[in-house]
Design a protein around this ligand. Structure first.
Ligand code: OGA
Ligand code: MN
Length: 202
């Protein structure tokens, strides 16, 4: 099957170096509609403080991360969320076809980092659940400027390999079990979507 250019770039990055960054995953009108849905949900009070860990081991810890999140429920998405989710599902299929990753489902949430918000260096795969295979981060911040902070640092072999500004329409993908990463303190409100393609449990 022929892949569109952005899928090609993502596939190549993931297989060559374990991560990839594309700057225009969605067009600006889709990003604007996604931001409008984000606003609406935030205003309704649908977001909650993020936790670390999974299941009964999960707890809030503002020394490690400081963001507020809202999980996507694929039965009740707004039109822009639905469109974005559909694009991610197509990406999942391309990853399965070309990289044989056996990805089964997708989970993800919007995140809002208030000024001062950060997420310390970590791996996304849980110690008590190894289903998360490919991590996705998508940014929603228009007019992000140097000095606004909030960059994503991607580590490889223990060293900083790439610094990504959280600019609207940028999509980052990486292998969940291998790539450590960190959100630098944001100096203004910072919005993202974080998601995970998971394999089926054995
Ligand atoms: C996460 C995460 C990165 C970002 O939620 O696990 O690493 O840039 N987010 O928002
Ligand atoms: Mn992470």
């Amino acid at each position: 099957m022929l892949q569109s250019g952005k899928f090609e770039v993502i596939l190549e990055g993931l297989s060559d170096q374990g991560f990839s960054v594309v700057s225009d995953f969605l067009d600006s009108s889709s990003v604007a509609r996604l931001n409008a849905e984000f606003d609406e949900l935030y205003r309704k009070g649908a977001f909650a403080r993020a936790k670390i860990g999974k299941g009964s081991l999960a707890s809030a810890n503002d020394e490690i991360r400081r963001d507020e999140i809202l999980w996507f429920d694929d039965r009740s998405l707004g039109p822009a969320q639905k469109e974005f989710w559909g694009e991610l599902i197509r990406l999942k299929e391309a990853l399965n076809e070309r990289l044989f990753l056996g990805l089964w489902d997708l989970e993800g949430h919007f995140a809002l980092y208030p000024p001062g918000g950060f997420y310390q260096r970590h791996l996304d795969r849980f110690s008590n659940d190894d289903a998360r295979t490919v991590s996705i981060v998508f940014y929603l911040n228009d007019h992000w400027r140097p000095g606004d902070g909030g960059e994503l640092t991607i580590y490889q072999d223990g060293e900083s390999a790439r610094i990504v500004e959280p600019r609207a329409a940028t999509l980052v993908c990486f292998l969940s079990d291998r790539i450590e990463h960190e959100v630098q303190p944001a100096h203004r409100e910072r919005r993202s979507f974080a998601g995970w393609f998971r394999r089926r449990k054995a």
